[in-house]
Each structure stands twice: as C-alpha cells, then as structure tokens.
Design a binder for this molecule. Structure first.
Ligand code: NAP
Length: 296
C-alpha cells in the first residue's frame, strides 16, 4: 500500500529503464508503512544518460533520502556520485545512492544482499568455499566482492567475453587477500571450474526468457552444491530447474533483491528508522509477483 503523502514526506525511488516490472516500490513502501516512517518510494523511469544527469541534479535539491539504481545505470552512477564507497568502486557498480546534505554517496548492496540471502535461505556461508560466477557485469562484480569479503577460498569468473572477466578479476585482485581469483571464457575451460564449485552464481540475464535455456549445461551441475540465480522472473529459471533435477540446492534471486533493498533502507535511515523489516519486504515482493501473468 502507498503510504499517505504529506508536505513533510521524504522521498526515495528507483532510477532505471524500463521499470514497468520493478518490485522495488512495493517492497520499500511496505517497509516504510511497517516502520511508520513518513517516506514514499517512487519509480523514476529515466530514458537516457542525459536525462539521468538532470534527474540526479534534481534529487540533490529535493527531499530525497536515497535512490536505488537498476539497469542500465549501475555503472554510469559511479561517475555521478560525489563520493563512492570502496566496495562499490571495487564492484564497478553503484546500486544504492544515499542523499546526504545535498551530496550523492554511492554504495553497492548487491554483494551483501546475495550473501544475506545465501545464509538465510539455504544456510550457505562462503568462508573457505569455492565459487564460480557466471557473468562479469555489475552484478557479477558485486557478487565477487561479496564472496571475497566472505573469505571464499576461490572465485572463478566465467564470462562469454573473456576480456571483461579478466578486467573484473584484475580490479578486485589487489583486495582479494586469501581468495584465489581466476577468469575463464564460458566457451573455454569453464566446465571444471563450474563443476568443482560449492556455489554457482548466475549473474547473467540468461534464463529471463523461456527460449534462453540455461547458461550452463546440466552436466556441469553436481548434487549438493548451491546454485544461485540472480534472476527472479521467472521464479524458477531453467538453470534452477536443472539444479533441482540433479539434486543441487537451487536459490532464486528474490531473496537477494529484498536483502539488497533492506540494506539500502538501513543506509538511508542511518539507524533513525529502525532495522528494515525483511519479512514484511519479502511478503510484499511475493504479493507483487503474484500479479504477474502466469508463467512469468
Ligand atoms: P550487465 O552488466 O549487463 O552484465 C550482463 C552479463 O551477462 C555480462 O557478463 C554478459 O556477458 C552476460 N551475458 C549477457 N547475455 C549473455 C548470453 N546470451 N550468454 C552469455 N552471457 C551473457 O548486467 P548486470 O547488471 O550485471 O545484471 C545481470 C543480471 O543480474 C540481470 O539479469 C539483473 O536483472 C540481475 N540482477 C539481479 C539482482 C537481484 O537483486 N536479484 C541484482 C542485480 C542484478 P558479456 O560481457 O559477454 O556481454
């Protein structure tokens, strides 16, 4: 439900394009209502980067507490913030902006959101574990940084375009401490790295459309391993269906979406709003997905 809006209401929102199917307004507004804060969360569909620059100038002078950032602006937003947290810099993407005293401070909560979802939903803790990430964009960067912070023993970035995986690994390597990092092309020697991993994370959009299939074949998936797909539409992607069939532990992206949003709310509130109510946010997300056409 949208909270009552008054002359003192503080604003938050999501910038991206397209936003027709975003779940974030439902998730956040439910949380604000549960916390009884005078905030409202809006969709801000922004068509191009020129418009994004103008929107971000406006956000600085309006009563915004923060913004979520989604595709295709997570990388662009790095350059539009007055300050960027080290983890977002390492990930190469900003998914959360805190507006404080007219300044834009960029964060990335996707990596922590992924770890929170893995821990809460399937009891997976990365410490000492081997992981393979499919993809090398902003979401993969956030997952990689999260797994390094979580002290995974090794993380292999598997990407269609090898260069991009190599750049990501090079950027994060100086801060990787005990985690061994590698980059492999999807059509190269990726099978062993994926098959040996305790955790496989899909950070590509492959699986969104029914005709996509799975980003990796079923023979690369092993029983007992965790297979996390960042996609949440459809609720069960082909990758997750295959994982279930081989006896692996499938995890969809809805929990990560909720967790990254909850962490963003905690940043914007700075302790003054109370901890983000993850259970309320999860229920709101699930309710909103029920409005999707069947099969979506
Ligand atoms: P991105 O920056 O555009 O990166 C996409 C990655 O997927 C690239 O590495 C790209 O490879 C790869 N890819 C795209 N199409 C492919 C194909 N047909 N076959 C193989 N690889 C392909 O996107 P992103 O921001 O990282 O987001 C990735 C996905 O994660 C999106 O679907 C997004 O919705 C999802 N996500 C979910 C959450 C959540 O909270 N659940 C959070 C963040 C992101 P190349 O480098 O070769 O182009």
């Amino acid at each position: 439900m949208t909270p009552a809006i008054s002359g003192t209401t503080k604003l938050a929102g999501v910038v991206g394009w397209p936003l027709e199917h975003t779940l974030s307004p439902a998730i956040h507004n439910a949380a604000y209502e549960a916390l009884d804060v005078d905030w409202a969360y809006l969709p801000l569909p922004v068509g191009d980067e020129t418009a994004l620059i103008r929107v971000m100038s406006a956000v600085k002078v309006l009563p915004f507490v923060g913004l979520s950032v989604t595709m295709p602006y997570k990388e662009t937003m790095l350059g539009l913030c007055d300050e960027v947290a080290a983890l977002a810099e390492m990930a190469g993407a900003v998914n959360t902006v805190h507006v404080a005293d007219g300044r834009l401070i960029g964060y990335n909560t996707d990596g922590r959101g992924l770890l929170e979802s893995l821990s809460e939903e399937v009891g997976f803790e990365p410490q000492g574990k081997r992981a393979a990430i499919l993809g090398a964009g902003g979401a993969a960067g956030a997952a990689l940084v999260g797994l390094v912070l979580g002290e995974a023993s090794s993380v292999t970035v598997v990407n269609r375009t090898l260069d991009r995986a190599q750049h990501l690994v090079e950027r994060v390597s100086p801060r990787a401490r005990g985690t061994e990092l590698a980059a492999i092309a999807l059509d190269g020697d990726a099978e062993a790295a994926v098959a040996e991993a305790d955790l496989i994370v899909n950070a590509t959009p492959v699986g969104m459309r029914p005709e996509d299939g799975s980003p990796v074949p079923a023979s690369w998936l092993k029983p007992g391993r965790v297979v996390a797909d960042m996609l949440y539409r459809p609720a069960e992607t082909e990758l997750l269906r295959l994982a279930r069939e081989v006896g692996a532990i499938p995890l969809g992206g809805l929990g990560m979406l909720v967790a990254q949003g909850a962490i963003a709310l905690d940043i914007w509130g700075g302790g003054s709003t109370g901890k983000a109510p993850r259970d309320v946010m999860r229920r709101a997300a699930e309710d909103a997905t029920r409005a999707w056409p069947s099969g979506a």
